[in-house]
Ligand binder design. Structure first.
Ligand SMILES: Nc1ncnc2c1ncn2[C@@H]1O[C@H](COP(=O)(O)OP(=O)(O)O)[C@@H](O)[C@H]1O
Ligand SMILES: [Mg+2]
Length: 388
């Protein structure tokens, strides 16, 4: 089967995982149900040189989009999140003892939270549609997952509005707060939505006055509807955001009720053999995805491993940005290979700034150097959260 029959190149115009695409059910479905983007063929330098102008432009565009959308790679962090999420959604609908239905994925930016949860959610969507069909028994469209992403200063009304936006509810533009809640719950029920993902929950602006309202709202969703809530955000615990939920059905701000199951995601480390093997595996997996004419087996793992760790401090977001930009540069300049010299010219300011901020505490007491084969004195791993 040729790729052309499976893959619509028009989709290359739309970057994946952006808030706009994913904030509508159609965008979500397109991502879940369309085939995987085909990897461009790896051409030799001669084959590359032999391409005509138009062919070359098309090839470079495919490569650009490909390198800008590497992954998702099944990292240990991603798999650990998936395992917990599958356990929760599968146990929820098998009756018996009432399982926990609120999960919080709480970690610093750039560690792969959105990627891991979305990858799970898209798989869940496919599974449910396959098992139960695209329509409910009552004839409504089935939407197993509703995903919303909050932006800065979102209040509880914006939250409900985002849900209505996802379902393209006709009443999404006007109405009282109470009406918005009712409509949101109607959508969840009618479309038999089982998972409600709230990304970047830390943007939810709370004043003391709102606490009770938010709490009541989430509790109502989780206690009255057969839905699993997945919160994603930064320092949610610290901001008390998931202690607002009490799955016991008691809608007061109880600290003793059943609280959210909390997961975290950690950066890659190189402090022991197992962690070094995981870092190496990540580089191997990434390397498999790179399409550069002069690349060779071990391009990332032999020689660049320590350098890449130093540049990114083990943050997958920074690493993927660096590799993506490096590949773009290697293609543009004709280098067709990733080297330290080339990567030195690539800036990853925003990502690395985030990374160094997140790791500030971790590295406070230990010396950072390029030697990834030596355990460092004063390793702060004891204070580090382990992967769930
Ligand atoms: N498993 C993965 N495989 C490949 N790339 C990943 C993976 N996880 C994260 N990334 C990359 O890192 C970037 C940041 O990840 P993201 O999921 O947005 O992090 P967070 O939500 O924690 O801020 C993504 O844009 C993606 O490029
Ligand atoms: Mg995110």
């Amino acid at each position: 089967m040729s790729y052309a029959q499976e893959w619509d190149p028009a989709r290359d115009e739309n970057p994946n995982l952006d808030n706009l695409t994913l904030s509508r059910k159609e965008g979500f479905r397109a991502l879940a149900e369309s085939p995987l983007r085909p990897k461009p063929d790896l051409l030799t330098l001669q084959q590359l040189a032999a391409l005509g102008e138009a062919e070359r432009a098309a090839y470079e565009k495919r490569r650009r989009v490909w390198h800008a959308n590497l992954g998702p790679i099944k990292t240990p962090q991603l798999e650990a999140v998936h395992e917990v999420l599958w356990g929760i959604v599968d146990s929820n609908f098998q009756g018996g003892k009432k399982p926990r239905r609120v999960v919080a994925v709480d970690a610093f930016p750039g560690l792969g939270k959105t990627t891991a949860v979305m990858n799970f959610a898209l798989e869940y969507h496919r599974r449910e549609i396959q098992r139960r069909g695209a329509f409910t028994d009552l004839g409504h469209e089935r939407w197993p997952v509703c995903r919303i992403g909050l932006t800065s200063n979102a209040g509880i009304k914006d939250f409900n509005k985002s849900i209505l936006e996802f379902y393209a509810h006709p009443g999404r533009t006007s109405g009282t707060s109470a009406l918005f809640v009712q409509r949101a719950l109607d959508c969840i029920l009618a479309c038999e939505t089982k998972i409600l993902i709230i990304d970047d929950l830390h943007f939810l602006k709370l004043t003391n006055k709102d606490d009770q309202e938010v709490s009541d709202h989430f509790n109502r969703i989780v206690n009255q509807f057969p839905v699993t809530l997945i919160f994603i955000g930064v320092e949610l615990e610290k901001h008390g955001l998931y202690s607002l939920i009490d799955e016991s059905g008691d809608t007061t701000l109880s600290q003793t009720g059943r609280r959210a199951t909390s997961l975290t995601m950690v950066p890659f480390d190189v402090d022991n053999d197992q962690h070094r093997r995981q870092w190496r595996q990540l580089l191997l997996d990434l390397e498999q995805q790179i399409v550069l004419s002069r690349m060779f087996a071990g391009m990332l793992t032999d020689g660049l491993s320590d350098y890449l760790y130093r540049r990114t401090t083990g943050h997958i977001g920074s690493l993927v940005t660096l590799i993506n930009r490096g590949c773009q540069r290697a293609a543009r300049t004709g280098t067709e290979l990733l080297t330290k010299k080339l990567l030195e010219e690539v800036k990853i300011d925003a990502a690395s700034k985030t990374a160094s901020k997140a790791l500030k505490a971790k590295f406070k007491h230990r010396r950072m150097n390029g030697d990834t084969t030596k355990d460092r004195a004063g390793d702060a791993s004891a204070s580090k959260n382990s992967a769930p």
